[in-house]
Design a protein around this ligand. Sequence first.
Ligand SMILES: Cc1cc2nc3c(=O)[nH]c(=O)nc-3n(C[C@H](O)[C@H](O)[C@H](O)COP(=O)(O)OP(=O)(O)OC[C@H]3O[C@@H](n4cnc5c(N)ncnc54)[C@H](O)[C@@H]3O)c2cc1C
Length: 340
Amino acid sequence: MKSTEGTFQSVWTLGEQRDGRISPVSYELLAWGRDLADKRGTTLASVILGYNLKDRVNTLIEHGADIIYVVDNPALEHAYPDAHAAVLEKLVREFLPEIFIASATTYGRTIMPVLAAKLETGLTADCTGLDIDPETGLLIQTRPAIGGNVMATIKTPKHRPQMSTVRPRSRKPLASDASRKGQVIVRECPDDAYASKVKFLEFIKDETTALPIQEAEIVVSGGKGLKDAKNFQMVHELADLLGASVGASRQAVDLGWIPYSHQVGLSGKTVSPHLYVCAGVSGAVQHIAGMSSADIVVAINNDPDAPIFRVCDFGIVGDAIEIIPILIEKLQSQKATSPK
Ligand SMILES: Cc1cc2nc3c(=O)[nH]c(=O)nc-3n(C[C@H](O)[C@H](O)[C@H](O)COP(=O)(O)OP(=O)(O)OC[C@H]3O[C@@H](n4cnc5c(N)ncnc54)[C@H](O)[C@@H]3O)c2cc1C
């Protein structure tokens, strides 16, 4: 849509749910949205599609939304891209938001390009930062480019809405405030909007990891410095003892030591845990791009000049294959002696 086609206002976020439960990424997105809406002096709305969720959306208001648009219909229970994008298109054309952001999850990455194409506007995928240009009021969309070596700043000056997907875990949610008040608007759409060519067969859960690395409070990652797959088992053992999820560098994934779903970094997942422990990881920019928002970083590397030491809070210079077993032993003995 051309920016001259109407009066575009308000910031929208795309809420996510599974089985009627609001996904935590929806709250992270609201933290971004709140900043943008306040800077633009406008309202923040969250739009959420699904089935049986009308009564569960108030938490979005508690996390910063002023308005919730809900479309609650059995046809939207599963994330069929054609139906979800068609419904979103109708809402956008009716309410004309100036900014519409989504999380760069499988859902956001699938729906937003279809929607942007339908609306004939731009979409900046996988942003790590969003802001408002104080002079023009335009959305400033920042994302790594050229293999993570530069940060590109992208604007959408002539089309609306300005659309982006933002990396999950790139922002902490605002504290929940049960006293916040907002408006819930439940919409229905004409039947043709719900039509889909996709048929749901079954949902198969990824059983390779207890908690996805993006959601973990502690992540223990291994890199090529662990030398072989057998040694990588130590990373799993250390993670188990810490109640952590296992991450990996791209080299470790490429060597087949662990599936891609565990890769941390530019072409993998962004994590934002309280504690990030990595062993045998050099600290390439593309890896750092995925873990730089961790609160505390502990690095084990035998090269004192490894770049990872420039971003860690605690560095251990030494052979990870000797150091990890020591850590495992210490944790085991601490567990054995600590009161139940
Ligand atoms: C477009 C693009 C996207 C990319 N995306 C990602 C990404 O998402 N994630 C990612 O991780 N990488 C990514 N990469 C690759 C990245 O550039 C690096 O090649 C990769 O991160 C290196 O992995 P590594 O640290 O395990 O291996 P290396 O760089 O080989 O480092 C191994 C480290 O282990 C240390 N070491 C060796 N032996 C020991 C030992 N016994 N004990 C302790 N330390 C030891 C070495 O000193 C070294 O620092 C990407 C690259 C490109 C071009």
